[in-house]
Design a protein around this ligand. Structure first.
Ligand SMILES: [Fe+2]
Ligand SMILES: [Fe+2]
Length: 205
């Protein structure tokens, strides 16, 4: 009987130890997908910026340059979490995308952000919480909170260029280099609302 008890006790100790070092399999997969997705979004918005400039939408072009930078910061943050987890990643793998007119590009950008806000990141955050990977939760949360702002900037830009014109749109942008939070430079806070980085460090466009 004593032997059985001892055996059960040692089994549970092994189980506990194993539990401490369980690989967050799903989260690693999600971090890789988000790294590639954010890298693709960054490349896409840089291309949309060029297209907007060519069409004479200079204000929208600057906005896309700022959001492109923001997405590259998200990609870099996801990559850092992967590296911290000891995962080597090739890439990024940049997906394909179409460059159409600026109003179509804005509609596409709204669609992309909406998918990330409503589907992708909520699922990734839930899995990262389940797999107890707080660094991934933080990186995904900084991204989703920024994407909500991008979505609203794009909606305003789309209604401006299909309506009253660009005159009411922000002319200068600021991006937090740590979390990618994106601001109309005229309404920027003293420190980043998401990560408290001082505004002096923000990148302006
Ligand atoms: Fe975004
Ligand atoms: Fe920030």
């Amino acid at each position: 009987m004593k032997t059985v008890t001892r055996l059960l006790m040692s089994m549970s100790v092994i189980g506990l130890l194993a539990g401490c070092s369980v690989t967050p399999v799903k989260t690693i997969e999600n971090l890789k997908a988000a790294y590639n997705g954010e890298s693709t979004a960054s490349a896409k918005y840089a291309a949309f910026a060029e297209k907007a400039k060519a069409e004479g939408f200079d204000t929208v072009a600057v906005m896309f340059l700022a959001t492109s930078k923001s997405e590259s910061i998200h990609a870099g943050n996801h990559l850092k979490v992967l590296e911290k987890l000891g995962v080597k990643t090739e890439g990024p793998q940049i997906g394909t995308f179409a460059i159409l007119s600026t109003s179509e590009n804005l509609a596409d950008a709204i669609k992309g952000e909406t998918y990330e806000i409503e589907t992708m990141y909520p699922g990734f955050i839930a899995a990262a919480n389940e797999e107890k990977t707080p660094d991934a939760v933080k990186s995904f949360t900084w991204a989703i909170d920024t994407e909500k702002k991008h979505q609203s900037f794009y909606k305003a830009a789309l209604s401006a260029i299909t309506g009253a014109g660009e005159k009411n749109l922000p002319v200068q942008w600021a991006v937090c280099p740590v979390c990618g939070n994106t601001y109309d430079a005229a309404t920027v806070s003293e420190a980043c609302d998401f990560c408290m980085t001082p505004r002096a460090k923000f990148i302006t466009f």
